[in-house]
Ligand binder design. Structure first.
Ligand code: GRF
Length: 202
């Protein structure tokens, strides 16, 4: 069975992108293949990750442009790579509505908290961990969800809890959370892609 062709959209370091690619390359019968990386940041670390793994990568500016122009650009690159599914991995811009329509139910995101808690605008990077600690939570986690028009909304596909230690810091929580993300995101993506392939085998 052919693999589902996945595009990764990321704005940052790209450790999740790396985990997705590594899993694909080391797992027998992995049902997906990362065919491109798209970023909105010209210096994003994820570009180096793409280079390291020889995955085609593209920078597309999301700044001061009409949403329809951005969507056209992204769709052109996705089309050229034959992408069928999109994984957001630390992508900090809203997904244009046209893209949501074309990739209906085929875009997922990972968030470093137990949504709906600590999600939404401004809740990214260390802000999330800071807010979790300030909220005196005993437990946090990661959430993988379908992407909708609003930040961090959309049906929850998977979540996993992470305990917070008494001496937890923003950095230690960030590290712990990343470790969980790197394990669960590839597995959930593989499960989603396996499901898609069963519905429409190619
Ligand atoms: C991750 O924590 C993810 O949950 C969030 O953005 C971060 C991306 O990190 N959406 P990286 O660039 O993959 O290291």
């Amino acid at each position: 069975m052919n693999k589902v062709r996945v595009a990764v959209l990321a704005s940052g370091e790209g450790t999740n992108a790396a985990a997705l690619i590594q899993y694909e390359r080391t797992t027998k019968d992995c049902p997906y293949k990362v065919v491109c990386v798209i970023t909105n940041k010209p210096n994003a670390g994820v570009l180096r990750v793409a280079e390291e793994y020889s995955v085609p990568s593209f920078f597309i500016s999301f700044d001061n442009r009409a949403e329809t122009d951005i969507a056209k650009d992204v769709l052109m690159h996705l089309g050229a790579c034959g992408a069928e599914f999109i994984c957001l991995a630390g992508f900090l811009r809203k997904i244009p509505s046209e893209l949501l329509q074309v990739f209906k139910e085929k875009i997922i995101n990972i968030h470093p908290s137990l949504l709906p808690k600590y999600g939404g605008k401004g809740m990214y990077g260390k802000n999330v961990f800071q807010a979790v600690l300030e909220g005196k939570e005993a437990v946090t986690g990661v959430t993988i969800h379908a992407v909708s028009a609003e930040y961090d909304e959309g049906a929850i596909i998977y979540s996993e809890r992470i305990g917070i230690d008494e001496d937890e810091t923003v950095n230690s929580l960030a590290e712990k959370t990343k470790r969980v993300e790197h394990r669960v995101y590839p597995e959930v993506l593989a499960a989603e892609c396996g499901r898609i392939r069963q519905i429409s085998p190619i």
